[in-house]
Design a protein around this ligand. Structure first.
Ligand code: PHE
Length: 335
């Protein structure tokens, strides 16, 4: 019996076959059971005892053999499973690219932080403007060349609706909404009919600044711009106001910073003057105050407007404005 069983067991590879074989020997209708049934036919007491004992021994032996086989089968199953799920932990991981903040956004936040630190709050206005906010209220009447078709994207034939050409209309909206004194900056997108080149884009970003109080003078303007420039470009930077013209400020200035931040006079952005322009500014024109019903005899103010791309190009040494809009990964990753 044992030899037969061992031979049969060798053939077995899965659990189902194993269970079948086991019940053939040890099951309710199995071999051991039928051997036990023979007991009742033996009359001799000693023989009966002897027979019973042998069958029991056989049963125990069979059970041991089956248990051993069961363990073997389980072990084989575990190994097979392990092989299937094998992972090569020495393969280098796939690197995922991590997103970066857009440089214009990053620069805008830097500018905002600096002015918020000086007590300014943030104001916003629409990109689709009425010509009154974009021009008339800013002392830029109908005949002014800035209102020409070739500069402005008009959205209606009567030239009433347009894409704002600067963030200055937010000055007007803010003053109409609130009473002086006030100090706000207003970042946002602006539009001009410019061809895209290294320094121009039909869409770009500005930050407007407006400060209104009593007894405001050019020295206030200069002080705030100097603190801004030093925090943004580095603490050795100085600012220079050059006389200029804007319809909505009087006097008006173009504001330069010294070229310390890029290695001094002669560095590639500054060329030889030692100064580079970063923004336009001035004292709020009395006519602008009049159009928002502020009394220009009581209130004075300064305003400025700077290009976000422009200051970002200077600070991060970007030679071509088109880089901002190309989304070339080699540019984005190097920021
Ligand atoms: N709005 C002007 C421009 O876009 C900048 C400016 C703003 C100048 C405020 C003076 C005062 O060029």
């Amino acid at each position: 019996i044992l030899d037969t069983l061992k031979r049969e067991l060798k053939e077995i590879t899965d659990m189902q076959e194993f269970q079948n074989l086991k019940s053939k020997y040890l099951g309710k209708k199995g071999l051991i059971k039928s051997l036990m049934n023979n007991l009742k036919d033996i009359d001799d007491v000693a023989l009966k005892k002897q027979y019973g004992k042998s069958v029991n021994e056989l049963k125990e032996e069979l059970e041991t053999i089956f248990d051993k086989k069961l363990n073997e089968l389980k072990e084989k199953g575990r190994e097979a499973k392990e092989k299937k799920n094998w992972v090569d932990i020495t393969i280098p991981g796939a690197r995922r690219k991590i997103g970066k903040e857009n440089l214009i956004t990053k620069t805008r936040k830097e500018i905002e932080e600096i002015f918020i630190g000086m007590g300014f709050s943030i104001a916003e206005g629409p990109e689709i403007e009425n010509s009154w906010y974009n021009f008339d209220a800013l002392n830029t009447p109908e005949w002014h060349p800035a209102r020409e078709m070739q500069d402005t994207f008009y959205l209606s034939l009567d030239k009433e609706k347009l894409l704002r050409t600067h963030t200055s209309p937010v000055q007007v909206r803010t003053m109409l909404k609130s009473k002086p004194p006030l100090a706000i900056i207003s970042p946002g997108r602006v539009y001009r009919k410019d061809e895209l080149d290294a320094t121009h884009s039909p869409v770009f970003h500005q930050v407007e600044g407006l400060y209104v109080d009593k007894n405001v003078s050019v020295s206030h303007l200069k002080m705030y711009l100097e603190v801004f420039a030093q925090k943004f470009f580095g603490n050795k930077v100085s600012v220079l106001l050059r006389p200029s013209y804007f319809p909505f400020t009087e006097p008006s200035f173009e504001v330069d910073i010294s070229c310390i931040f890029c290695g001094g006079k002669g560095c590639n952005v500054c060329k030889n003057s030692g100064w580079i322009e970063i923004l336009g500014a001035g004292l709020v024109h009395p006519n602008v105050f009049r159009s928002v019903n502020y009394d220009p005899k009581v209130w004075q103010g300064f305003a400025f407007g700077m290009g976000i791309e422009r200051v970002a190009m200077l600070k991060y040494n970007i030679p071509d404005m088109r880089e901002f809009y190309k989304n070339d990964l080699r540019f984005i990753e190097n920021l």
